[in-house]
Design a protein around this ligand. Structure first.
Ligand code: TYD
Length: 213
């Protein structure tokens, strides 16, 4: 089943919130309901993005915050060009694990870059397309930190940041998303199943309301 004009869903939250698990379950369930779904992510949804993701996650040498942001923006521009725009034009549901709000939060609130400059560059990279729905998986940074440590995987540059940085990220996502009418806020401290059921119910309600118009 294809949505008349495509549907862009961004999933946002701090590292360890459970976004990737949710993105996978949501995609599987929408496919089971016969929707055409593309699951993608930032950074790393394209060939260029995979190389940039490697640089950004490892940060073998310190990156200037502006340079760090511009690499995310380059990933985003290529992602919109190669994946998001073409698949939306073919009326698919495109689910992206992270998108522009991650830059506003990590590079804006976290690194202190000017938010309105980031918004301008994001809009340019995204051809002024914004997500129809943003799902914000919300958890306390202490819960997220604990989950990341339990994964027992090598930590990325962002996961190595101190608590003060994580606290800024939570403030940022809360400021940007809690009262945003396009945003579905989900409590990420419950089980992955409950998070997924809540998200899918809300997405289906949204699809239904849009097809009635
Ligand atoms: P990734 O492993 O994709 O994070 P996860 O899968 O846990 O979401 O690594 C991406 C990291 O990049 C993540 O820590 C968040 C950060 N990030 C930014 O700082 N700015 C951005 O614009 C984006 C998209 C991600």
């Amino acid at each position: 089943m294809q949505i008349k004009t495509g549907l862009l869903i961004a999933i946002e939250g701090i590292d360890g919130a459970g976004k990737s698990t949710l993105a996978n379950i949501l995609a599987r369930q929408l496919i089971a309901l016969n929707h055409s779904v593309i699951l993608t992510k930032e950074p790393g949804g394209t060939h260029l993005g995979k190389q940039l993701r490697d640089i950004l996650q490892t940060q073998l040498y310190p990156l200037d915050p502006k340079a760090e942001y511009l690499l995310f923006a380059a990933d985003r521009a290529q992602h919109f060009h190669d994946i998001i725009i073409p698949y939306l034009q073919q009326n698919n549901i495109v689910i992206s694990d992270r998108m522009s709000d991650s830059s506003l939060v990590y590079q804006g609130y976290g690194r202190g870059l000017d938010i309105s400059t980031l918004q301008t560059i994001n809009a340019w990279a995204m051809n002024n397309i914004t997500p129809d729905i943003t799902i914000y998986v919300r958890v306390a940074y202490t819960v997220a930190r604990e989950r990341i440590l339990q994964r027992n995987m090598q930590l990325t540059a962002f996961e190595k940041e101190q608590d003060i940085f994580l606290q800024k990220l939570v403030v940022g996502f809360d400021d940007l998303l809690l009262s945003n009418p396009h945003c579905i806020v989900i409590d990420g401290t419950t089980t992955p199943e409950i998070v997924a059921i809540t998200a899918i119910e809300k997405v289906l309600q949204w699809i239904k309301s849009r097809t009635k118009q």
